[in-house]
Write a protein that binds this ligand. Structure first.
Ligand code: G4P
Length: 529
């Protein structure tokens, strides 16, 4: 297969959801269709090995400090698919956001009874920043659900995005009868068979064939369906693939991941509509064609929790060309060529050393501590540098001090190195040194990881004093006299290690106050690096 064909058949996407909407269940079913795992895994038993498919770093799991997000690759119908898992629950961290930087499209799973939930909202915001395709899977139709029109309306109003239902649910809960495929104009009937692993056979039924429709759905539901489809065809957005690809229109699918209903048709439509790997933009604003020589960027660094080995695992998204194990590559920011040590790829529940990989793929390499988030690695003659990965807004802050002041050096080194890996963000009060560091994190578990690592790797015990701030804004005005700003008394001025001016707030109300009382003040909730 040519380089171009290898790249064209790749699809790299992330699945996002609020915890419990069904992300793990859907991922498993997709892997199952791809033959990447053998058992369906009635996801009921979360503690079973099957559920552990996406939690491959067992050691960290046992310690309760897992911060891993994994990548699963499988083949389906000639496509090579990479699913990026976005950690949720207590594992939610900046890594979750950064993973989205490595995806070419996103699948958003929504619980049909709940609609948009807080974590969906946060992840959507980060996704929308990139203008990549977003597909919506509205899950759990086998249970009582909200009105589908209302759910679409919520997506459009809250996210400012058009919706295009590819299929339409017929009832829900005990009266769930299946979905109507708007493209094929067919009913796909739901029955008890779908509670197993059977492949779905669509029952062909034209929407105008009243007799057959009534036979399948009963008079009430068939009338309701006809009315709803008429309404949809007349009132909803036109399908426009260009808009889908720019993330302006989300194709919506209704289904039930647990009962395996609607998953395969979803996968098939998704693969047709989403894009193969997209060219990535350099810091100079040029884009690098995917069939160019090898280039990749670092989007995640996983600290090795094994005390005996200080090395880390660095994850890179390949942006162009072919990676070959024995070639020498340039680490652009370090200015050095190197051979990547033990390149690995994760195939469902297994890690494998790999010899080659292509644009769209994710590889993990052992890192003696040279890489930072956002770094570029490429064929030496290319010497490109990709746009950095933004720093996302932390939502929890704490003041950290070393217990033993004699350990100051180790403390500073540890905090700085852990921040450089991207596991925490560090700030200081203006004109003060590093005696006291303000640490900001996206997920509270990151505090525990920090304390654990400082103690184990750097032999430093720390005091942590949690701070009440929840919001951070980078001040974008240059040469501003921050001291003279009119701010509420519980707003704090801090700086990052590049001495960028930052305000941290306890409430949104205080942010609005700052904006209203200080004309011309420009605040941004992420830092472009
Ligand atoms: P997550 O990764 O998004 O957190 O969700 P996950 O797949 O783990 O699913 C959360 C719960 O929802 C699971 O129940 C799962 O079986 C259930 N679920 C997922 N998809 C469907 C669906 O289509 N229909 C129904 N009825 N349930 C679904 P659980 O294992 O019992 O976990 P829990 O409820 O005890 O947390």
């Amino acid at each position: 297969m040519s380089l171009k064909q290898e790249i064209d058949r790749r699809r790299t996407f992330a699945i996002i959801s609020h915890p419990d909407a069904g992300k793990t269940t859907l991922t498993e079913k997709l892997l199952l269709y791809g033959g990447a795992i053998q058992t369906a895994g009635s996801v009921k038993g979360k503690a079973t090995a099957k559920h552990a498919v996406s939690d491959w770093m067992d050691l960290e799991k046992q310690r309760g400090i897992s911060i891993t997000s994994s990548v699963m690759q499988f083949e389906y119908d000639g496509y090579c698919i990479n699913i990026l898992d976005t950690p949720g629950h207590q594992d939610f961290s900046e890594d979750t956001y950064r993973t989205l930087m490595a995806a070419d499209s996103v699948v958003m799973v929504i619980d049909a009874a709940k609609g948009i939930e807080p974590q969906t909202r946060k992840l959507f915001k980060v996704t929308a920043m990139r203008h990549i395709p977003i597909f919506t899977f509205i899950n759990k139709l086998d249970r009582e659900a909200r009105d589908p029109f209302e759910l679409l309306d919520e997506l459009e109003k809250e996210f400012g995005i058009g919706t295009y239902p590819i299929n339409w649910p017929i009832g829900c809960g005990v009266s769930f009868k299946g979905v109507f495929d708007r493209n094929r104009r067919q009913i796909m009937a739901f029955n008890e068979m779908h509670r197993g692993q059977e492949k779905l056979h669509a029952i062909e039924c034209d929407i105008t064939d009243t007799e057959k429709l009534t036979e399948l759905l009963g008079p009430y539901q068939s009338d309701e369906l006809v009315d709803q489809i008429e309404l949809l065809d007349g009132a909803s957005f036109e399908f426009d693939l260009e808009k889908v690809r720019k993330g302006e229109l989300t194709p919506v699918f209704f289904g039930s991941a647990l009962t395996n209903f609607g998953v395969e048709p979803f996968l098939e439509y998704f693969l047709q509509m989403t894009t193969s790997p997209l060219p990535r933009v350099t810091s100079g604003g040029d884009s690098v064609d995917t069939d160019n020589d090898f280039s990749a960027f670092v989007f995640k660094i996983q600290a090795n929790m094994n005390k005996a080995h200080r090395d880390r695992m660095t994850f890179m998204r390949i942006c162009s060309g072919k990676f070959e194990r024995d070639r020498e590559y340039l680490h652009v920011q370090g200015g050095k060529t190197l051979r990547l040590s033990q390149p690995q790829q994760i195939m469902a529940d297994d890690r494998q050393i790999i010899n080659e990989a292509y644009a769209g793929d994710i590889i993990g390499v052992f890192d003696p501590g040279i890489f930072s988030i956002g770094d570029t690695v490429c064929a030496p003659k290319m010497n490109v540098e990709f746009e950095g990965i933004p720093t996302f807004a932390p939502e929890h802050f704490a003041m950290i001090e070393q217990v033993d002041s004699l350990k100051r050096k180790q403390f500073v080194k540890g905090v700085e190195q852990i921040a450089q890996e991207g596991a925490i963000q560090i700030f200081h009060e203006p004109n003060s040194g590093m005696e006291r560091v303000i640490v900001g994190v996206v997920g509270v578990l990151q505090f525990e990881v920090l304390e654990y690592r400082l103690k184990n790797e750097y032999k430093v015990d720390v005091h942590r004093n949690n701070l009440p701030y929840q919001y951070i804004r980078w001040i974008r005005n240059k040469d501003i006299d921050v001291k003279s700003l009119n701010l509420t008394s519980d707003t704090k001025w801090v700086q990052d290690f590049k001495n960028n001016n930052i305000l941290i707030f306890t409430s949104e109300w205080n942010i609005n106050w700052a904006l209203e009382k200080n004309e011309g003040l420009i605040l941004e909730d992420f830092n472009k690096g």
